[in-house]
Structures are given as structure tokens and as C-alpha cells.
Design a protein around this ligand. Sequence first.
Ligand SMILES: [Zn+2]
Ligand SMILES: [Zn+2]
Length: 287
Amino acid sequence: MPAWIHSDPNADDGHWRGHADDARPRPRWAPVNLDTLCAGSCMNSYRRKVRSYEHATTTYQTDYATWQADTAAWHAPLAWPAEPEQPEQPRLPYPILGDPVYCSDCVYAYKSKLSKLDGAACVYLRDADGFRGQSDQAKVSGKGNEPASLSPTIDDLDELDGWLRDWKASYLGAETMARQGSLADSITLGTSWLVARVERILAHADMAQAFGDEVNRWYGRLVRYDPSDITVERLKGARCPECKGLTLERKTGDDKVTCGRRTCERVLKWSEYQELAEEVLKARKAS
Ligand SMILES: [Zn+2]
Ligand SMILES: [Zn+2]
């Protein structure tokens, strides 16, 4: 063992090597209990950073123990074993707690997505209807007169309607009721019924997470039919990493952010933008 490594913890010279789990003095690592965080996307980066750091730490501890054993068994012409590198502690975003499951921003986001499903379903149905004439003419086989099937669309919307009715039933603790009226009417009714109760569902320990995830999934499936989804948000939280302009923008719900300056047009991921904005916010708080 080289002389600079010793086992006296009181000699605070940074060379102390104790047990693998306290191998080196380091700043206190005190993330909040992940179960208390808002379960929504606002805390995804917090969760991801904590989990990957904790995973890296476990790996490091194992590697460190192996390294200690290797150095203890070290003898001359062997090369001194390379010391494993301690993972760097990530900088965590400010924790936002669930109230009780989601924060109010995330509840609002789910509510808004849920309420848009109806309009998106209408546009989806209308678009599919518009295609019917074309595909009729293109048809070469079959019995001849039957209209081209709307079935992929109908199947999707049927599934949406079933999903809405199932959630209504779960909320009421009842059996799923049969559809009333047309498919389009049933979807309108189903969405507005759930929108009126969304805060309660999203505060319900047993339903909140599943409901939130499924609203996201449905919105993702129908977002391109959402008539309200053409607005471009101008993002003022961070500057373009390329041209440094306050010129970033994205289409609502889009996963990518683009620089609005024609000579730049830098594209970044929404998550990358969020990280940038977080850094700016932190820098502002610190100054
Ligand atoms: Zn949240
Ligand atoms: Zn730019």
C-alpha cells in the first residue's frame, strides 16, 4: 500500500481510506424521499438524477472493495491497480412535492390534456371521414359497394370511449355502463364527466398515478388531431445555446424546441431546454 494511503480517519488530508461506503469525505447527499415528490413529469429529472447517482454509488462501492482487495494483494512486478472513480453528485432541481400525489401544475396539465381529448377525437373522426371517398375509388377488390372501412379510427375512438366509461365506473365503484348515444356523443359526455372530477381522481392514492399516465398516453395518441395544439410558445426561461438569443420556441406539447432566429434554427430536446432553464433559475437564485 503506498504510504499516502492510511487508515487514520482523523488525519483529514483526503487520503484516508476507510470502509468502501465512506471511502472519502463528501458533501451531504440528502435528496428528498422520492415517494413524496410530485409523481408528474415536473420531477422526472429529479428522480432520474437521484436513481442514476445511487446506482453509480452502489457500483462504485463494489468496485472500491475490489480495488482494496487488489491493493492488499498487490506485489512487485504487477502494476498498481487503478482506483475506481467516485461518481459525481448531481445537482438536483428544487424538489416539488406531491399534494398528495401531483403538484398543482401537473394536475392542471392533466386536466388540460383530458379536456382536449374530446376535440381531438372529433377532428380525428372528421379527417377519417374525409378519406372515405378517396379510398372508395381506389378499391379494386371486395364486394364492390360497401363503403371503405373507417375501422382503424372507429377502433381507436371506441377504445377511447371504453377507457372513459371504465374510469367513470372505477370512480363510482360500479360496473362499466353501456354506451349511451353515438360514439362521438359518448366521448363528449365521458370527457366532460371526468374533467369535472379530475382533481379528485388525481388526489386519489389508488387511482391518481394510473389515471395520469393514461391521460398522457391518450393525449399522445391524439395530439396531432388537437385543434388547439397549434400555438407556439415563446420560451423565455433560457437563451439559445447557439446564438444566445432569447429566441427559443416550441409548439405546445412538442418534444423539440427550436430557435426562432432564421440564421440559427438550432434544435434541442424539450428536456434539454428544461435543464437549461433550471440552470438559469438556479443561477438567478444564487446571485
Ligand atoms: Zn408536478
Ligand atoms: Zn439560436
